[in-house]
Design a protein around this ligand. Sequence first.
Ligand SMILES: [Cu+2]
Length: 137
Amino acid sequence: MDEMNMDAMDDAPLEAMADATGDSAGDGAPAECPSSYAGCTTYEDRTATNASREVDFGGALGMNFVPKCSMIKAGQSVIFVGNFAIHPLAQVCGPADVIVDGTGTSAQFMFTTPGTYNYKCVVHEAFGMKGSIQVVP
Ligand SMILES: [Cu+2]
């Protein structure tokens, strides 16, 4: 196998990962988020130091993320709590790829770059299982 074929193989998984995070252009840069995703026009202010930044999903909550629309400050983290095997999490768009996935029943992600991050349940997107996090400076 020559050098060029090796390079082609190396690139393939990277493209697949980019597509999974909504990088439709396939250029490695995260896609910019459209406004009003998941019906989010106002965001629950969770920027206070002592505010909860937990997003619960599934179980008794059904095919929902609660709260659906969160506002946090750059440098703060959001913890997702629910069953990731039943509701696989994926970031749809945003200024950086932060929400990678989760296993088990909780996963925490720190947002350092301001902007809007939209996410979805891969399985129940069609049922509206979507949410958005707005990160302010
Ligand atoms: Cu789901």
